[in-house]
Design a protein around this ligand. Structure first.
Ligand SMILES: Cc1cc2nc3c(=O)[nH]c(=O)nc-3n(C[C@H](O)[C@H](O)[C@H](O)COP(=O)(O)OP(=O)(O)OC[C@H]3O[C@@H](n4cnc5c(N)ncnc54)[C@H](O)[C@@H]3O)c2cc1C
Length: 386
Protein backbone atom coordinates (compact mmCIF):
# COMPACT_ATOMS: atom_id res chain seq x y z
CA UNK A 1 0.00 0.00 0.00
CA UNK A 2 1.50 3.31 -1.10
CA UNK A 3 -0.69 5.91 0.45
CA UNK A 4 -1.00 9.65 0.51
CA UNK A 5 -0.71 11.39 3.86
CA UNK A 6 -2.09 14.74 4.85
CA UNK A 7 1.28 16.37 5.23
CA UNK A 8 3.41 15.67 2.26
CA UNK A 9 1.89 13.77 -0.66
CA UNK A 10 2.32 10.18 -1.78
CA UNK A 11 4.71 7.83 -0.12
CA UNK A 12 6.21 5.67 -2.84
CA UNK A 13 9.86 5.63 -1.81
CA UNK A 14 11.27 5.26 1.67
CA UNK A 15 15.01 5.46 2.21
CA UNK A 16 16.61 4.21 5.41
CA UNK A 17 20.19 5.33 6.11
CA UNK A 18 21.94 3.04 8.59
CA UNK A 19 21.71 -0.74 8.70
CA UNK A 20 21.85 -1.25 12.46
CA UNK A 21 18.95 -2.35 14.66
CA UNK A 22 17.19 1.03 14.31
CA UNK A 23 17.29 0.96 10.50
CA UNK A 24 16.34 -2.71 10.37
CA UNK A 25 13.41 -2.26 12.78
CA UNK A 26 12.14 0.81 10.92
CA UNK A 27 12.18 -1.11 7.63
CA UNK A 28 10.47 -4.18 9.13
CA UNK A 29 7.87 -1.94 10.79
CA UNK A 30 7.09 -0.13 7.54
CA UNK A 31 6.47 -3.44 5.77
CA UNK A 32 4.49 -4.75 8.72
CA UNK A 33 2.27 -1.66 8.46
CA UNK A 34 1.54 -2.46 4.83
CA UNK A 35 3.99 -0.21 3.01
CA UNK A 36 4.58 -1.86 -0.39
CA UNK A 37 6.52 0.86 -2.17
CA UNK A 38 10.27 1.11 -2.85
CA UNK A 39 12.27 0.53 0.31
CA UNK A 40 16.04 0.99 0.23
CA UNK A 41 18.54 0.64 3.07
CA UNK A 42 21.99 2.17 2.84
CA UNK A 43 24.65 0.99 5.29
CA UNK A 44 28.36 1.68 5.35
CA UNK A 45 29.29 -1.64 6.95
CA UNK A 46 29.71 -4.51 4.52
CA UNK A 47 27.98 -6.95 6.90
CA UNK A 48 24.26 -7.67 7.02
CA UNK A 49 22.64 -6.36 10.23
CA UNK A 50 23.88 -8.18 13.34
CA UNK A 51 23.53 -8.02 17.10
CA UNK A 52 25.86 -5.31 18.36
CA UNK A 53 25.40 -6.14 22.09
CA UNK A 54 26.61 -9.69 21.39
CA UNK A 55 30.00 -8.36 20.24
CA UNK A 56 31.18 -7.81 23.81
CA UNK A 57 29.33 -10.83 25.19
CA UNK A 58 28.83 -14.03 23.17
CA UNK A 59 31.41 -13.19 20.51
CA UNK A 60 34.16 -12.25 22.93
CA UNK A 61 33.43 -14.82 25.65
CA UNK A 62 32.24 -17.86 23.75
CA UNK A 63 33.62 -17.40 20.25
CA UNK A 64 30.02 -17.17 19.03
CA UNK A 65 29.57 -16.38 15.31
CA UNK A 66 26.38 -14.34 16.06
CA UNK A 67 24.40 -16.18 13.37
CA UNK A 68 21.51 -17.03 15.71
CA UNK A 69 21.44 -13.69 17.55
CA UNK A 70 19.17 -11.72 15.21
CA UNK A 71 16.01 -12.89 13.43
CA UNK A 72 16.30 -12.52 9.65
CA UNK A 73 14.79 -9.28 8.28
CA UNK A 74 11.28 -9.33 6.85
CA UNK A 75 11.49 -6.02 4.94
CA UNK A 76 12.64 -7.34 1.54
CA UNK A 77 14.30 -3.97 0.95
CA UNK A 78 17.05 -3.21 -1.53
CA UNK A 79 20.16 -3.18 0.65
CA UNK A 80 23.14 -1.11 -0.43
CA UNK A 81 25.91 -2.27 1.88
CA UNK A 82 29.41 -0.83 2.07
CA UNK A 83 27.94 2.49 0.91
CA UNK A 84 28.14 5.65 3.00
CA UNK A 85 25.70 8.55 2.95
CA UNK A 86 27.62 11.80 2.68
CA UNK A 87 24.98 14.50 2.39
CA UNK A 88 21.28 15.29 2.65
CA UNK A 89 19.25 17.85 0.70
CA UNK A 90 15.90 18.11 2.46
CA UNK A 91 14.41 20.46 -0.14
CA UNK A 92 15.16 18.19 -3.11
CA UNK A 93 14.67 15.09 -0.95
CA UNK A 94 17.90 13.43 -1.98
CA UNK A 95 20.68 11.65 -0.10
CA UNK A 96 24.19 11.81 -1.56
CA UNK A 97 26.34 8.68 -1.40
CA UNK A 98 30.10 8.19 -1.34
CA UNK A 99 30.01 6.43 -4.73
CA UNK A 100 29.06 9.77 -6.30
CA UNK A 101 25.38 8.93 -6.86
CA UNK A 102 22.37 10.16 -4.94
CA UNK A 103 19.06 8.59 -4.01
CA UNK A 104 15.62 10.24 -3.97
CA UNK A 105 13.03 9.62 -1.26
CA UNK A 106 9.52 10.56 -0.24
CA UNK A 107 10.27 9.65 3.36
CA UNK A 108 13.65 9.27 5.04
CA UNK A 109 14.73 7.37 8.17
CA UNK A 110 18.05 8.54 9.62
CA UNK A 111 19.53 5.69 11.66
CA UNK A 112 23.30 6.07 11.43
CA UNK A 113 23.89 5.33 15.11
CA UNK A 114 27.09 6.34 16.81
CA UNK A 115 30.76 5.43 16.87
CA UNK A 116 33.28 4.88 19.64
CA UNK A 117 34.76 8.02 21.16
CA UNK A 118 38.54 7.80 21.01
CA UNK A 119 41.16 9.09 23.42
CA UNK A 120 43.88 9.44 20.76
CA UNK A 121 44.71 9.11 17.08
CA UNK A 122 47.11 6.25 17.81
CA UNK A 123 46.45 3.14 15.73
CA UNK A 124 47.37 1.12 18.85
CA UNK A 125 44.18 2.36 20.56
CA UNK A 126 41.55 -0.32 20.00
CA UNK A 127 37.84 0.35 20.39
CA UNK A 128 34.84 -1.95 20.11
CA UNK A 129 31.87 -0.74 18.12
CA UNK A 130 31.49 -2.95 15.06
CA UNK A 131 31.86 -6.59 14.07
CA UNK A 132 35.26 -5.95 12.48
CA UNK A 133 36.51 -4.39 15.75
CA UNK A 134 35.29 -7.39 17.72
CA UNK A 135 36.85 -9.95 15.35
CA UNK A 136 40.13 -8.04 15.46
CA UNK A 137 40.14 -7.90 19.27
CA UNK A 138 39.27 -11.58 19.52
CA UNK A 139 42.11 -12.53 17.21
CA UNK A 140 44.57 -10.41 19.22
CA UNK A 141 43.43 -12.11 22.44
CA UNK A 142 44.52 -15.48 21.08
CA UNK A 143 48.10 -14.44 21.95
CA UNK A 144 47.00 -13.81 25.58
CA UNK A 145 48.43 -10.28 25.65
CA UNK A 146 48.40 -8.12 28.75
CA UNK A 147 45.48 -5.69 28.39
CA UNK A 148 44.52 -2.30 29.75
CA UNK A 149 40.89 -1.35 29.31
CA UNK A 150 40.17 2.35 29.78
CA UNK A 151 36.57 3.07 30.80
CA UNK A 152 34.57 1.62 33.69
CA UNK A 153 31.13 1.69 32.05
CA UNK A 154 29.18 -1.40 30.98
CA UNK A 155 31.11 -1.79 27.73
CA UNK A 156 34.55 -1.39 29.34
CA UNK A 157 33.62 -3.91 32.01
CA UNK A 158 32.28 -6.41 29.45
CA UNK A 159 35.46 -6.08 27.40
CA UNK A 160 37.59 -6.56 30.54
CA UNK A 161 35.54 -9.62 31.42
CA UNK A 162 36.01 -11.08 27.92
CA UNK A 163 39.77 -10.42 27.98
CA UNK A 164 40.11 -12.09 31.40
CA UNK A 165 38.13 -15.08 30.17
CA UNK A 166 40.52 -15.34 27.21
CA UNK A 167 43.40 -15.74 29.65
CA UNK A 168 44.86 -12.23 29.61
CA UNK A 169 46.04 -10.19 32.56
CA UNK A 170 43.70 -7.23 32.61
CA UNK A 171 43.81 -3.80 34.24
CA UNK A 172 40.71 -1.63 34.13
CA UNK A 173 41.24 2.13 34.34
CA UNK A 174 38.08 3.79 35.65
CA UNK A 175 36.90 7.16 36.89
CA UNK A 176 35.78 5.98 40.34
CA UNK A 177 33.97 2.73 41.04
CA UNK A 178 33.16 0.94 37.77
CA UNK A 179 29.48 1.17 36.74
CA UNK A 180 28.75 3.71 39.48
CA UNK A 181 27.58 6.37 37.02
CA UNK A 182 25.43 4.03 34.96
CA UNK A 183 23.95 1.72 37.62
CA UNK A 184 24.54 3.38 40.99
CA UNK A 185 26.63 2.44 44.04
CA UNK A 186 24.98 -0.85 45.02
CA UNK A 187 25.24 -2.60 41.67
CA UNK A 188 28.57 -0.91 40.93
CA UNK A 189 30.05 -2.49 44.07
CA UNK A 190 28.52 -5.91 43.34
CA UNK A 191 30.02 -6.02 39.84
CA UNK A 192 33.38 -4.61 40.92
CA UNK A 193 33.68 -7.22 43.68
CA UNK A 194 32.92 -10.03 41.19
CA UNK A 195 35.45 -8.59 38.75
CA UNK A 196 38.19 -8.39 41.40
CA UNK A 197 37.46 -11.93 42.52
CA UNK A 198 38.10 -13.10 38.98
CA UNK A 199 41.43 -11.31 38.86
CA UNK A 200 40.68 -7.88 37.40
CA UNK A 201 42.95 -5.09 38.60
CA UNK A 202 40.98 -1.85 38.94
CA UNK A 203 42.80 1.50 38.89
CA UNK A 204 41.05 4.76 39.73
CA UNK A 205 41.93 7.99 37.91
CA UNK A 206 40.28 11.30 37.05
CA UNK A 207 41.57 11.10 33.50
CA UNK A 208 43.80 8.93 31.35
CA UNK A 209 45.98 9.73 28.35
CA UNK A 210 47.43 7.33 25.81
CA UNK A 211 51.03 7.29 24.63
CA UNK A 212 52.77 5.16 22.08
CA UNK A 213 55.70 3.06 23.16
CA UNK A 214 56.80 0.64 25.77
CA UNK A 215 58.92 -2.45 26.18
CA UNK A 216 58.24 -3.72 22.65
CA UNK A 217 56.87 -2.58 19.31
CA UNK A 218 53.09 -2.25 19.38
CA UNK A 219 52.89 -1.77 23.15
CA UNK A 220 50.99 1.20 24.51
CA UNK A 221 51.15 3.28 27.65
CA UNK A 222 48.36 4.81 29.64
CA UNK A 223 49.25 7.83 31.76
CA UNK A 224 47.05 8.48 34.79
CA UNK A 225 46.19 11.79 36.48
CA UNK A 226 49.00 11.44 39.05
CA UNK A 227 51.61 10.70 36.37
CA UNK A 228 51.61 6.93 36.91
CA UNK A 229 52.39 5.12 33.66
CA UNK A 230 50.76 1.76 32.94
CA UNK A 231 51.95 -0.36 30.07
CA UNK A 232 50.40 -3.31 28.25
CA UNK A 233 50.52 -5.23 24.98
CA UNK A 234 47.02 -4.05 24.17
CA UNK A 235 45.01 -0.97 25.11
CA UNK A 236 41.26 -0.94 24.51
CA UNK A 237 39.23 2.17 25.29
CA UNK A 238 35.50 2.29 26.00
CA UNK A 239 34.89 5.92 26.87
CA UNK A 240 31.54 6.70 25.33
CA UNK A 241 30.12 7.17 21.88
CA UNK A 242 29.71 9.99 19.35
CA UNK A 243 26.54 10.30 17.20
CA UNK A 244 27.17 9.79 13.47
CA UNK A 245 25.52 13.00 12.29
CA UNK A 246 28.34 14.86 10.51
CA UNK A 247 27.02 13.70 7.13
CA UNK A 248 23.90 15.80 7.84
CA UNK A 249 25.82 19.10 8.06
CA UNK A 250 24.65 20.23 4.61
CA UNK A 251 21.00 19.58 5.49
CA UNK A 252 20.73 22.30 8.11
CA UNK A 253 19.23 19.75 10.52
CA UNK A 254 22.35 19.38 12.66
CA UNK A 255 26.11 19.81 12.19
CA UNK A 256 27.35 17.41 14.88
CA UNK A 257 26.11 15.83 18.09
CA UNK A 258 22.68 14.28 18.56
CA UNK A 259 19.79 14.89 16.20
CA UNK A 260 16.73 16.02 18.15
CA UNK A 261 13.37 14.46 17.28
CA UNK A 262 9.84 14.97 18.57
CA UNK A 263 7.86 12.45 20.61
CA UNK A 264 7.06 10.52 17.39
CA UNK A 265 10.68 10.39 16.23
CA UNK A 266 10.12 13.02 13.54
CA UNK A 267 12.61 15.75 12.62
CA UNK A 268 10.14 17.11 10.07
CA UNK A 269 7.05 15.46 8.54
CA UNK A 270 9.05 13.60 5.90
CA UNK A 271 12.18 12.80 7.95
CA UNK A 272 12.43 10.56 11.01
CA UNK A 273 15.45 9.62 13.10
CA UNK A 274 15.89 6.79 15.58
CA UNK A 275 18.51 4.95 17.56
CA UNK A 276 21.77 6.01 19.15
CA UNK A 277 22.04 9.29 17.24
CA UNK A 278 18.61 10.61 18.27
CA UNK A 279 17.78 12.74 21.32
CA UNK A 280 14.10 12.48 22.20
CA UNK A 281 11.74 13.76 24.91
CA UNK A 282 11.95 11.71 28.13
CA UNK A 283 10.64 12.46 31.63
CA UNK A 284 14.16 13.78 32.36
CA UNK A 285 14.42 16.10 29.39
CA UNK A 286 15.49 15.66 25.79
CA UNK A 287 18.28 13.13 25.72
CA UNK A 288 19.80 10.17 23.97
CA UNK A 289 19.31 6.73 25.49
CA UNK A 290 21.82 4.71 23.47
CA UNK A 291 20.49 1.24 24.28
CA UNK A 292 19.36 -1.62 22.08
CA UNK A 293 15.73 -1.67 23.26
CA UNK A 294 15.60 2.13 22.98
CA UNK A 295 16.65 1.93 19.31
CA UNK A 296 13.93 -0.67 18.67
CA UNK A 297 11.14 1.25 20.40
CA UNK A 298 12.14 4.57 18.83
CA UNK A 299 12.26 3.18 15.31
CA UNK A 300 8.88 1.43 15.57
CA UNK A 301 7.26 4.72 16.57
CA UNK A 302 9.20 6.73 13.97
CA UNK A 303 8.31 4.38 11.10
CA UNK A 304 4.62 4.59 11.99
CA UNK A 305 4.81 8.40 12.20
CA UNK A 306 6.39 8.66 8.75
CA UNK A 307 3.34 7.00 7.24
CA UNK A 308 0.54 8.14 9.57
CA UNK A 309 1.84 11.52 10.74
CA UNK A 310 0.16 12.98 13.81
CA UNK A 311 -2.26 10.03 13.96
CA UNK A 312 0.60 7.76 14.96
CA UNK A 313 1.21 7.07 18.66
CA UNK A 314 3.93 8.90 20.56
CA UNK A 315 6.86 7.15 22.22
CA UNK A 316 6.25 5.86 25.75
CA UNK A 317 9.51 4.34 26.64
CA UNK A 318 10.80 2.61 29.75
CA UNK A 319 14.53 1.85 29.51
CA UNK A 320 15.58 -1.80 29.51
CA UNK A 321 19.23 -2.65 30.01
CA UNK A 322 21.16 -5.88 30.39
CA UNK A 323 24.74 -6.89 30.83
CA UNK A 324 26.73 -10.11 31.24
CA UNK A 325 30.16 -10.00 32.83
CA UNK A 326 32.36 -11.73 35.42
CA UNK A 327 29.82 -14.52 35.90
CA UNK A 328 26.98 -12.09 36.61
CA UNK A 329 23.97 -11.45 34.45
CA UNK A 330 21.84 -8.37 35.05
CA UNK A 331 18.53 -7.29 33.56
CA UNK A 332 17.20 -3.92 34.66
CA UNK A 333 14.12 -1.88 33.82
CA UNK A 334 13.66 1.82 34.59
CA UNK A 335 15.80 4.94 34.69
CA UNK A 336 19.21 4.33 36.26
CA UNK A 337 21.41 4.98 38.25
CA UNK A 338 19.70 4.08 41.50
CA UNK A 339 20.84 5.05 44.97
CA UNK A 340 20.61 3.39 48.35
CA UNK A 341 20.14 -0.28 49.13
CA UNK A 342 17.58 -2.28 47.15
CA UNK A 343 14.43 -3.88 48.50
CA UNK A 344 14.70 -7.63 47.81
CA UNK A 345 11.55 -8.95 46.13
CA UNK A 346 13.11 -12.41 45.99
CA UNK A 347 16.53 -13.84 46.83
CA UNK A 348 19.13 -11.79 48.64
CA UNK A 349 22.66 -10.38 48.75
CA UNK A 350 25.35 -12.70 47.37
CA UNK A 351 22.93 -14.93 45.43
CA UNK A 352 20.34 -14.70 42.69
CA UNK A 353 18.21 -11.66 43.48
CA UNK A 354 15.18 -9.78 42.24
CA UNK A 355 15.50 -6.21 43.52
CA UNK A 356 13.66 -2.95 43.31
CA UNK A 357 14.31 0.68 44.08
CA UNK A 358 11.79 3.51 44.40
CA UNK A 359 12.99 6.73 42.84
CA UNK A 360 12.19 10.11 44.33
CA UNK A 361 9.92 10.96 41.40
CA UNK A 362 7.71 7.97 42.20
CA UNK A 363 8.92 5.71 39.39
CA UNK A 364 10.49 2.35 40.11
CA UNK A 365 13.53 0.44 38.95
CA UNK A 366 13.64 -3.35 38.95
CA UNK A 367 16.78 -5.43 38.55
CA UNK A 368 17.28 -9.17 38.24
CA UNK A 369 20.77 -10.36 39.09
CA UNK A 370 21.53 -13.95 38.05
CA UNK A 371 17.78 -14.37 38.32
CA UNK A 372 15.58 -15.73 35.55
CA UNK A 373 12.51 -13.61 34.90
CA UNK A 374 10.60 -12.66 31.76
CA UNK A 375 10.94 -8.96 30.89
CA UNK A 376 7.18 -8.21 31.16
CA UNK A 377 7.27 -9.49 34.76
CA UNK A 378 10.33 -7.41 35.49
CA UNK A 379 8.44 -4.38 34.17
CA UNK A 380 5.61 -5.14 36.59
CA UNK A 381 8.07 -5.15 39.50
CA UNK A 382 8.93 -1.52 38.69
CA UNK A 383 5.27 -0.61 39.21
CA UNK A 384 5.26 -2.26 42.63
CA UNK A 385 7.99 0.17 43.57
CA UNK A 386 6.05 3.24 42.51
C1 LIG B 1 29.92 -3.71 21.99
C2 LIG B 1 28.59 -3.12 22.35
C3 LIG B 1 27.79 -3.77 23.30
C4 LIG B 1 26.56 -3.25 23.62
N1 LIG B 1 25.80 -3.89 24.56
C5 LIG B 1 24.57 -3.43 24.85
C6 LIG B 1 23.75 -4.09 25.83
O1 LIG B 1 24.16 -5.07 26.44
N2 LIG B 1 22.50 -3.63 26.05
C7 LIG B 1 22.03 -2.55 25.38
O2 LIG B 1 20.88 -2.16 25.60
N3 LIG B 1 22.78 -1.87 24.46
C8 LIG B 1 24.04 -2.29 24.20
N4 LIG B 1 24.80 -1.63 23.28
C9 LIG B 1 24.23 -0.46 22.57
C10 LIG B 1 23.40 -0.93 21.38
O3 LIG B 1 24.12 -1.85 20.63
C11 LIG B 1 23.04 0.30 20.54
O4 LIG B 1 22.19 1.10 21.35
C12 LIG B 1 22.32 -0.06 19.25
O5 LIG B 1 23.10 -0.93 18.47
C13 LIG B 1 22.01 1.23 18.47
O6 LIG B 1 21.48 0.90 17.24
P1 LIG B 1 21.47 1.94 16.03
O7 LIG B 1 20.82 1.22 14.90
O8 LIG B 1 20.97 3.25 16.47
O9 LIG B 1 23.02 2.22 15.72
P2 LIG B 1 24.13 1.26 15.14
O10 LIG B 1 23.94 -0.12 15.66
O11 LIG B 1 25.41 1.97 15.40
O12 LIG B 1 23.86 1.22 13.57
C14 LIG B 1 24.10 2.32 12.73
C15 LIG B 1 24.63 1.81 11.42
O13 LIG B 1 24.75 2.91 10.52
C16 LIG B 1 26.02 2.87 9.89
N5 LIG B 1 26.39 4.21 9.42
C17 LIG B 1 26.96 5.21 10.14
N6 LIG B 1 27.14 6.31 9.37
C18 LIG B 1 26.66 5.99 8.14
C19 LIG B 1 26.55 6.70 6.92
N7 LIG B 1 26.94 7.98 6.81
N8 LIG B 1 26.03 6.06 5.86
C20 LIG B 1 25.60 4.77 5.95
N9 LIG B 1 25.67 4.05 7.08
C21 LIG B 1 26.18 4.65 8.18
C22 LIG B 1 26.92 2.32 10.97
O14 LIG B 1 28.13 1.81 10.46
C23 LIG B 1 26.03 1.22 11.55
O15 LIG B 1 26.11 0.05 10.78
C24 LIG B 1 26.07 -2.09 22.97
C25 LIG B 1 26.89 -1.42 22.03
C26 LIG B 1 28.14 -1.94 21.73
C27 LIG B 1 29.01 -1.22 20.73
Amino acid sequence: MSRPTEQAGRVDRVLVVGNGIAGLTAADTLRGAGFEGDLTIVGDETHAAYSRPALSKALLHDGDDLSHELAPPTHGATELLGVRATGLDVERRRVALDDGTDLPYDRLVIATGSRARRLSDLPEELTLRGLDDALHLRSRLAEKPSVIVVGGGPLGMEIASGCLAAGSQVTLVSQGVPLLLQLGPHLGEVFTAAARERGLTVVDTEYARLERGGAHAGASRVVLDDGTVLEADLVVTAVGDVPNTEWLASSGLVTSGPLTVDSRGLVRPDVAAAGDLAAFPTPYGIRRIPLWSSAIEQSKVAAAALIRGQEAPTLHFQPYFWTEQFGLSLKAVGYMPVFGPPAYVDGGPGGPALMRWAREDGTGVAAALNYRIPIPRLRRVTQQAA
